[in-house]
Design a protein around this ligand. Structure first.
Ligand SMILES: *[C@@H]1O[C@H](CO)[C@@H](O)[C@H](O)[C@H]1NC(C)=O
Ligand SMILES: *[C@@H]1O[C@H](CO)[C@@H](O)[C@H](O)[C@H]1NC(C)=O
Ligand SMILES: *[C@@H]1O[C@H](CO)[C@@H](O)[C@H](O)[C@H]1NC(C)=O
Ligand SMILES: *[C@@H]1O[C@H](CO)[C@@H](O)[C@H](O)[C@H]1NC(C)=O
Ligand SMILES: *[C@@H]1O[C@H](CO)[C@@H](O)[C@H](O)[C@H]1NC(C)=O
Ligand SMILES: [Zn+2]
Length: 655
């Protein structure tokens, strides 16, 4: 009975565009009580010369520099002098360095198969290395130790403000065990100790838990666990979710959890690129792109904050059209440049779907920043960028320093002006938005597309790639039948999508409607290119104009500032790198990039001979998998649809 709908449903599903998992970060984060450092003042040790290894101190001042610096300072008023001094110290002494994100596998995580582990570690370590190339931080100078929640370990706190032990713990709570974060139990080793002061005024103290060893060389600790959790089961398109759990004295997140859904991890159609993209997105949430933290962002950039007091506080306002926007200096600047707007205080619009009562979520508005890594629903990875507006946001947190020149180009909305992407203007057909439900080209022209809306577009419609067969650059998409033959289509690694209605003169029908078609292209300059259709020469295709092709009726439209415009927009060069650590995988399990300590019980439990067996089994499984993979991957996102179908009815597809 169950198998009945599939023959009908499947073609319908395949016509729809790829839909990847929604991000549930806000929902998850709101369930977590974030523990901030007990000390709300900036920790003096963060601001002073660090003791410790001199090798890190490449920026020590020479005596001459100090002398010059002091002479300079004397020209300012006392307050200015103080600020200069502090700023210069931050600038020179605590020069931000690439953020060190360490991962930790909680003991209670399920034991994964070899290839699940490989996939997980490949995605997570790749994401971490990507992010740490983009984001720098004033490093944690000693070992990272997380805090214990005084409200948990303490039964009562001295509240008499005149007593010497004011605000300290007076009695330990008998039930206290340890701290946890999104269900992960934090090892004592990662936690600072706790003490009680039995008398309000006497210095005697009793140690309840000693300080843990802490984590060296760590700025952020990420507990990563693969699990088939309730949330994963509730939405089978979910790949991962996360939250941060602790922040330092300046409010910067220092510990969080990332849950990777286990089912997608073990699926035959697993895509490293998709998992990687999701992990990067979630990691950026953990590091501070969170609506719970927007108000804690501070622009500590040295120039703009000299005399402003309002460095903390409100950064979100509603614009005239009711859109919530995030206003911080670098975001304003980046968006102004991106849209070529005359507004200096544009503010980046926040997603209003999936919002709470405040009306915004921890994502960019999809209509305006389609294609950015921080929109709520991500397209396939080739079409998603780590854009300058997102990186500017990180700069404006005040915790990080970001090299904005490393941003990937966001073509969506470029130079389209202040009103771009508003609900009132998107119904005009443009090179970004479409009307109706016809076929055309995705705006990056790597794919054919169908004009569609989704829940985040609020009625605006865009060309989205079809679920399969829409990549112009995939030779396998050539079927050798149907319209592609008489419209001269060529599927090739250098083919791109063009709006076209050309039809071979010898074909019986007189004309055909305009649709997205794949033709080869080659660059002849910046925003200059030639195209080739079946049987034609290379033809100049002047951007913004249409051309005729010998032997065909109709015309091909040449898009402006889309092709040969940016370097980064190319088809994936290698389809998939599933097992980068393939053959060294098992023996080096403990030294994988995550620096999991050797005391990991699950690791110790694996005896040497077992390891040998597992290696053999694992490697042959992997080789088998690699072989079968190439056939599977060809179907872009439908792997999920396929597996869906298979889940419910394994036989329906074969019949
Ligand atoms: C607070 O402590 C001081 C001295 O330790 C004591 O004199 C005073 O009565 C206490 N106040 C209260 C409200 O308990
Ligand atoms: C930006 O806008 C100005 C004036 O509105 C216009 O002259 C200029 O050509 C635009 N730049 C680009 C790159 O579109
Ligand atoms: C920023 O990145 C660019 C390109 O990767 C690099 O050339 C430049 O040196 C970087 N700047 C800094 C200050 O790190
Ligand atoms: C677009 O929508 C606005 C209001 O939402 C309406 O006033 C306008 O007429 C529409 N334009 C077109 C071309 O449909
Ligand atoms: C799309 O997928 C279906 C079913 O998986 C397959 O039969 C068809 O050939 C695919 N189309 C293209 C163009 O690859
Ligand atoms: Zn998200």
């Amino acid at each position: 009975m169950k198998s009945f709908p599939y023959p009908i449903l499947l073609p319908l599903l395949l016509l729809m565009s790829c839909v990847w998992g929604k991000c549930i970060f806000d929902e998850v984060q709101s369930s977590v009580r974030v523990l901030s450092s007990p000390d709300n003042q900036p920790n003096p040790s963060d601001w002073s010369f660090r003791d410790g290894d001199a090798t890190e101190q490449e920026d020590w001042l020479t005596n001459a520099q100090i002398q010059k610096h002091q002479n300079d300072i004397l020209q300012y008023s006392p307050t200015q002098r103080f600020k200069r001094a502090v700023q210069d110290r931050i600038k020179v002494i605590d020069k931000p360095q690439p953020i060190r994100i360490k991962t930790w596998t909680p003991r209670e995580s399920p034991v994964l198969s070899l290839w699940e582990t490989e996939r997980l570690e490949a995605a997570v370590s790749h994401a971490i290395s990507t992010v740490s190339k983009l984001i720098a931080v004033r490093r944690v100078s000693r070992k990272l130790l997380l805090n214990r929640d005084i409200n948990k370990y303490c039964r009562f706190i001295w509240r008499n403000s005149t007593s010497a032990n004011f605000n300290r713990c007076g009695r330990a709570s008998a039930n206290y065990r340890t701290e946890s974060c999104l269900g992960v139990i934090i090892p004592d080793d990662h936690l600072s100790g706790c003490v009680v002061y039995p008398h309000p005024d006497q210095p005697d103290l009793k140690v309840i838990k000693p300080d843990g060893a802490g984590l060296p060389d760590t700025d952020v600790l990420l507990y990563v666990k693969a699990q088939n959790s309730d949330k994963c089961r509730a939405d089978s398109s979910l790949l991962a979710y996360s939250a941060h759990c602790q922040s330092d004295s300046e409010g910067r997140p220092v510990a969080g959890v990332m849950v990777i859904c286990r089912e997608p991890l073990s699926m035959e159609g697993f895509s490293h690129e998709h998992m990687l993209q999701t992990v990067i997105h979630e990691l950026l949430h953990v590091l501070g792109f969170s609506k719970e933290l927007f108000s804690k962002w501070t622009d500590r950039s040295l120039s703009s904050q000299m005399d402003k007091d309002s460095s903390h506080g409100q950064v979100i306002y509603t614009d005239e059209s009711g859109q919530m926007r995030l206003y911080t200096p670098n975001i304003n600047k980046a968006l102004q440049t991106h849209l070529n707007s005359t507004h200096t205080e544009l503010g980046a619009p926040l997603e209003n779907q999936d919002a709470d009562t405040r009306g915004f979520s921890s994502h960019w508005e999809a209509r305006v920043l389609q294609g950015s890594i921080m929109t709520a629903m991500l397209a396939e990875p080739t079409l998603v960028q780590i854009d300058v507006i997102t990186l500017s946001a990180f700069q404006d947190t005040g915790w990080y320093s970001v090299n904005l020149s490393q941003a990937q180009n966001l073509l969506w909305g470029e130079n389209e002006g202040t009103l771009f992407g508003s609900v009132s203007t998107c119904n005009r057909s443009s090179s970004f938005f479409c009307t109706g439900s016809g076929f055309g080209c995705h705006y990056l022209h790597l794919h054919k597309g169908v004009c569609q809306s989704d829940e985040y577009l609020e009625g605006c419609r865009i060309y989205k790639p079809l679920a399969n067969g829409s990549e112009c650059w995939k030779e396998e998409n050539e079927t050798g039948s149907g319209p592609e033959v008489w419209s001269g289509e060529i599927f090739h690694s250098d083919s791109r999508c063009f709006l076209s209605n050309i039809i071979r003169k010898d074909h019986f029908s007189l004309n055909t409607s305009v649709s997205g078609r794949c033709y080869r292209h080659r660059c002849t300059g910046s925003n200059r290119y030639q195209i080739q259709v079946v049987g034609s020469d290379w033809l100049d295709c002047p951007p913004g104009r249409s051309i005729k092709v010998f032997g065909y009726r109709g015309a091909v439209f040449c898009p402006d500032k889309r092709l040969c415009h940016y370097h980064g927009i190319v088809p994936p060069t290698s389809l998939y790198k599933p097992f980068p650590l393939l053959l060294t995988a098992v023996p080096s399990r403990d030294q994988s990039l995550t620096q999991r300590p050797i005391t990991d019980l699950r690791f110790e439990a694996l005896s040497f001979s077992e390891m040998g067996v597992k290696t053999v089994v694992g490697v042959s499984a992997v080789l088998f998998f690699l072989g079968s993979f190439m056939t599977i991957y060809r179907k872009c996102c439908p792997s999920r649809l396929r597996v869906h179908a298979l889940e419910h009815s394994p036989y329906a597809l074969q019949v």
